[in-house]
Design a protein around this ligand. Structure first.
Ligand code: ADP
Ligand code: ZN
Ligand code: MG
Length: 643
């Protein structure tokens, strides 16, 4: 039972996997197996070398002496200690003599008559060739070879397993080379962001043609900081600059500098800058720089030396650039408020480029870019989709397009239709529908009245956004929702709009309290949202008469590591005054909402009844109900914008 959450989720873009994703367990088993196989191979090799005449029968030297006395032996070949005996009937056998004793002496000791012995053809082969040495050394060498192999194998495996024992100081930057046509991104792929592109085209110009700038003695900025909400295209734009200029692009994420080992971050920074200087002209892109670039030295939670060293090294490298080094550092962050001021000093990241959420026209252009490779039905009207998606970032629009294509494919259609796109808007905003989440009759009634409450208040109050859709089909984590869309994009919000928004958020709560005379946990989020809004009005926007025009908190919220724990910049007395003002705003809004619900009970009942019946009411039907009860739906010209 929430209002649609505020936009701006972080979209995670998967990076290409770093090589070799074999599951470690399977890889390990495989290697054990391989080792065993290699072991057996060596064992059999060894035995076949050391004993080549294995299949010949062996007789003892005493038996041989007997055979000789009997005269059945025709010849003996002596190879070292080995005797290859051939009998008169052609049978071959082998035997061994005592080492170091002459064969004749041996036989004499066995009382073999000398004349019998002289009849036998005895041949001594001087077997000192390769095979001899190999056979005699193999028992020593093979185990050693095996152990060496095994060690080599292990070390290779350890490295492969990601320990990278010898390379952890190297930067892990991904390099996109200018010749890589598949990955090339240019300004054409980035819609909107007109000012940002203009600002950056100067950088492109310099990278393409540095001489022109250097000759005239111009100092080119070394560091450019891209700031903007998640998904506004910071990473994309950085890549587009490299693509436009046709230079190498080294990209690394801030968090990749920091690892278990102290000092790794700093050495990675050094390595990265060295690499880039060698490849100049080049762009180094540090994504999510707030991971290393937070304000230093506040020591909350023990501080992080590693992070600080990394940041220091980045600063050192930035300062160490010669003006004619054609390397430009770009960085992106969505939390510029937490960055260390040292990063923003002149000569470092002194160029700052802000990327805003796209407005209606830009949204249409972004949709067009992502529509390039998709087949669309005739009914598709991207302008309408752009109109319906205020607050969407480029990344949201990208995933909207993707969801629509998936929907069409799932329903076995070859073209994406307008209906697919419209359904995807809600999916991207609120998560998928949960049709299986069945509400009990009582819950359904309560949810219907709750959402109808929001809708009625939104329709009656002049500065609230008009209702586009009401639904009690649960989606993501919400049980039901009212989709309100502003009539036009707004950059500024007025006090009147804030007050009406708070009243609308309270609509559900008031209905539960006054009609059901009981409260559920449902509106807790509504209360949080509206209270936070009221608080912001007082502390950030100077919209309370009593406190006046003091901005007591910065727009980024309290920097966690900035001003120490709590980060309060006002006294207890002012704090109490703020609380008073917030509760005054809330109770006034509550009164306003209660009156609306009382006065428009008939519309509320009608909407709730219809909701229970059909579960979802679209704008057109909703307006018909309003008109039937004497409320004029809002049209564009009705809203007079005051800033
Ligand atoms: P950020 O780095 O600001 O969080 P990204 O640059 O990663 O956002 O954007 C994510 C995706 O959203 C991009 O890959 C692109 O597909 C899409 N996108 C964002 N902004 C734009 C834009 N202005 N034009 C076209 N596509 C965009
Ligand atoms: Zn609600
Ligand atoms: Mg990014």
């Amino acid at each position: 039972m929430k209002m649609p959450p505020t936009r701006g989720k972080k979209i995670i873009i998967t990076k290409p996997p770093k090589k070799g994703p074999v599951p470690p367990r399977r890889a390990f088993l495989g290697q054990i197996l391989l080792t065993v196989v290699v072991f057996f191979f060596f064992v059999s090799l060894y035995s076949s070398i050391s004993d080549p005449a294995k299949n010949l029968e062996e007789i003892s030297i005493s038996n041989l002496a007997q055979e000789i006395s009997l005269g059945t032996v025709s010849s003996i070949v002596v190879v070292g200690d080995r005797l290859e005996v051939t009998f008169t009937d052609g049978v071959e056998k082998i035997s061994k003599k005592e080492a170091g004793t002459a064969l004749s002496t041996t036989f004499k000791n066995y009382d073999v008559p000398t004349e019998t012995l002289s009849k036998i053809n005895i041949e001594v082969k001087n077997d000192r060739g390769f095979m001899y040495w190999f056979a005699s050394l193999a028992p020593i060498l093979l185990p050693i070879a095996f152990i060496v192999f095994f060690l080599w194998f292990l070390s290779r495996q350890v490295k492969g397993a990601g320990m990278q024992a010898f390379t952890f100081g190297q930067s892990k930057a991904r390099l996109t080379s200018p010749n890589d046509k598949g990955q090339k991104v240019t300004f054409k792929d980035v819609a909107g962001c007109k000012e940002a592109k203009e600002e950056l085209s100067e950088i492109v110009d310099f990278l393409k043609n540095p001489k022109k700038f250097l000759d005239i003695g111009a100092r080119i900025p070394k560091g450019i900081l891209l700031m903007g909400a998640p998904g506004t295209g910071k990473t994309l734009l950085a890549r587009a600059v490299a693509g436009e200029a046709g230079v190498s692009f080294f990209s690394i994420s801030g968090s990749e500098f920091v690892e278990m080992f102290v000092g790794v971050g700093a050495s990675r920074v050094r390595d990265l800058f060295d690499l880039a200087k060698k490849a100049a002209p080049a762009i180094i892109f540090v994504d999510e720089i707030d991971a290393v670039g937070r304000v230093r030295g506040t020591g909350v939670g023990g501080g992080n030396d590693e992070r600080e060293q990394t940041l220091n090294q980045i600063l050192v490298e930035l300062d160490g650039f010669e003006p004619n080094e054609k390397v430009i550092v770009m960085a992106a962050t969505n939390r510029p408020d937490v960055l260390d001021p040292a990063l923003l000093r002149p000569g470092r990241f002194d160029r700052r480029v802000t990327l805003d959420l796209p407005d209606r026209k830009d949204r249409e252009e972004i949709l067009l870019i992502h529509a390039r490779k998709k087949p669309f039905g005739e009914d598709v009207n991207l302008a309408l989709i752009a109109e319906r998606t205020p607050g969407f970032s480029g990344a949201d629009l990208y995933s909207l397009m993707n969801e629509a294509a998936i929907l069409a494919a799932r329903e076995n259609r070859t073209k994406v239709s307008q209906f697919d796109l419209i359904r995807s808007i809600e999916k991207v905003m609120l998560g998928p529908e949960r049709k299986s989440h069945i509400l009990s009759k009582k819950e359904k009634e309560l949810t219907a009245f709750h959402e109808a409450g929001h809708a009625v208040v939104a329709s009656v109050l002049p500065y609230a956004d008009p209702v586009h859709k009401i639904s009690i089909i649960s989606r993501g984590r919400v049980a039901g929702y009212v989709l309100k869309l502003p009539l036009e994009d707004r950059k500024l919000q007025s006090k009147k709009e804030f007050l009406d928004d708070i009243a609308v958020a309270l609509g559900g709560y008031v209905v539960e309290k006054t009609i059901f005379k009981d409260l559920t946990t449902g509106p807790s989020n509504d209360l949080q949202v509206s209270t936070a809004l009221a608080r912001d009005m007082v502390t950030k926007y100077g919209m309370s008469d009593k406190i006046g025009s003091l901005a007591l908190e910065t727009s980024g919220g309290k920097p966690l590591f900035g001003t120490g724990v709590g980060g309060k910049e006002y006294s207890e007395k002012v704090g109490a005054m703020i609380d008073d003002e917030v509760s005054k705003i809330m109770s006034e809004a509550m009164k306003k909402t209660e009156k609306i619900i009382r006065d428009h009970r008939d519309v509320l009942d009608a909407i709730a009844a219809r909701l229970m019946e059909v579960e979802t009411i679209e704008q057109k039907e909703f307006e018909e109900i309003l008109i039937a009860h004497g409320i004029t739906p809002k049209k564009k010209q009705d809203i007079e914008h005051q800033q």
